[in-house]
Design a protein. Structure first.
Length: 465
């Protein structure tokens, strides 16, 4: 029990929460118990028990706030099982800020009551010391790349590896895409592929890509730790399309991880430090701060939830107000007429059938649904179809698929069923976790559909000259 409890419960109550970054009583009491969140919740759909629904978890949080209960193993289990997909926020008529409440509660528990396992401690160490540092992240990917070739790769594919290594390690290895060499990860490699008349300026504080003619907008590009190291070609395509749309694109050298994974894991202080760092890195005169990762974009838009006081709050508010998904900027500014139709890889006379998946933190957190679809519909030679229940979580949820494999697999199976039902050739999913998780599942099931990022599809209509 904290010696300085937060006054979030009824008068006279003694809250379990302390005053640091605690859920407020007003937010916790916003829920009207209507039950609309139940069928929107991935874990409730599977388990059908109240404590594994948003409404049930809110009741547990209120119990902590009002001093009626204290953290216990069952309570922690119910809160940890939440994917933080925020589908409940989309259907909630009362506007409960569920994602923020969950992360604040996890932060309190992690700081004051949790007894993490060795594996979880290692994961948190990696979040603080590797993921949050761009140089170390590149070094980690260099090491992971060694495991994709030669004797290490042969060992990882062997039955012996499955017997000796923990399931989380095997799952992480299976998820990892083919990793490019460090020399192939830099955005500077885009220089030769820029549209005619565009140029790249290398400056001490970062890179600036300038379009031909007068810029229509000046944007900062958020590279993200995972996209920069594991999906660098997607980053390059995103910047190329922004330049093609008339944007001057600044890439600050001083940016860092968005902190989304830290916030989800309850490492609120680390997430706050990262948000503050990025709010200063993107403090320059920009119209937008653009991300091509749904989870990172949501973290940027919500930086103000972490930084609420003094000058830090002002910087965070400016960052949040300018944060955009790449699809929003491309749809708002418009791209030139496509130069090449997109026909089927198997039969050029047929349209390319594309299924669209709504990443949770794009649809539910950022409320971006129409812009990606509008861009895809504008492409010649494309037949766009929504996956059934396209905004249901695929089960990736950051590192959830490694920490909670059984529930993650249950969500993935539903998503793969949806893909099989509409039989697309490509599935667009603009989030690295979704791409990795769904691609692994599709390979295991033998589906032929490929998982791709939105900008990879758009880029096909504008081939490099």
């Amino acid at each position: 029990m904290s010696a300085n409890p937060a006054p979030v419960g009824p008068p006279g109550s003694r809250s379990w929460f302390d005053r640091e970054d605690a859920p407020t009583g007003l937010d916790l009491r916003t829920c009207i118990h209507c039950g609309l969140c139940l069928t929107a919740c991935p874990t409730y759909r599977v388990l059908k028990i109240e404590p594994d629904s948003p409404r049930g978890r809110l009741y547990l949080m209120r119990g902590l706030a009002e001093g009626r209960i204290a953290p216990s193993d069952p309570l922690l289990s119910h809160l940890d099982l939440c994917l933080d997909c925020r589908a409940c926020e989309t259907v909630c008529p009362a506007g409960v800020p569920y994602g923020r409440l969950l992360e604040q509660t996890r932060g309190q528990i992690r700081r004051r009551a949790a007894h993490p396992s060795l594996l979880r401690r290692l994961g948190e160490w990696a979040l603080r010391n590797v993921v949050a540092d761009r140089g170390r992240m590149h070094l980690a990917v260099d090491l992971l790349r060694l495991g994709q070739h030669g004797p290490i790769a042969a060992f990882m594919r062997s039955p012996l590896a499955r017997r000796l290594l923990p399931p989380g390690a095997m799952a992480g290895w299976a998820l990892t895409p083919p990793l490019p060499a460090r020399s192939e990860r830099s955005l500077e490699a885009l220089g030769a592929a820029l549209p005619a008349g565009a140029r790249l300026d290398r400056r001490a504080d970062g890179l600036v890509f300038r379009p031909a003619g007068t810029p229509r907008a000046r944007v900062g590009f958020f590279t993200t730790c995972v996209m920069e190291t594991m999906f660098p070609a997607v980053n390059r395509e995103a910047v190329r399309l922004l330049v093609l749309a008339g944007c001057e694109v600044a890439v600050p050298r001083d940016q860092t991880c968005c902190g989304a994974l830290h916030a989800h894991a309850g490492l609120r202080r680390a997430a706050r430090d990262l948000a503050m760092h990025n709010s200063h890195a993107f403090a320059r005169d920009l119209d937008f701060v653009v991300s091509d990762s749904a989870g990172c974009g949501a973290a940027l838009r919500e930086a103000g939830h972490l930084l609420e006081d003094g000058d830090a709050a002002e910087h965070a508010a400016r960052l949040a107000a300018r944060a955009r998904d790449v699809s929003e900027v491309l749809a708002e500014l418009g791209l030139p007429a496509p130069r090449a139709p997109l026909g089927s890889a198997r039969d050029g006379a047929r349209p390319l059938r594309i299924g669209y998946h709504d990443p949770c933190h794009l649809a539910h957190a950022q409320k971006v649904r129409e812009a990606p679809r509008r861009l895809l519909r504008a492409l010649p030679g494309v037949e766009l179809v929504d996956l059934p229940d396209s905004d249901w979580c695929c089960g990736s949820a950051g590192v959830y698929n490694i920490a909670q494999p059984a529930m993650a697999e249950a969500q993935l199976e539903r998503k793969l069923d949806a893909i099989a039902q509409v039989a697309p050739e490509l599935v667009v999913a603009s989030n690295p976790g979704c791409l990795l998780h769904m691609a692994r599942g599709a390979r295991a099931r033998g589906l032929t559909a490929r998982m791709v990022h939105l900008v990879e599809v758009l880029g096909r209509a504008y081939p490099v000259a």
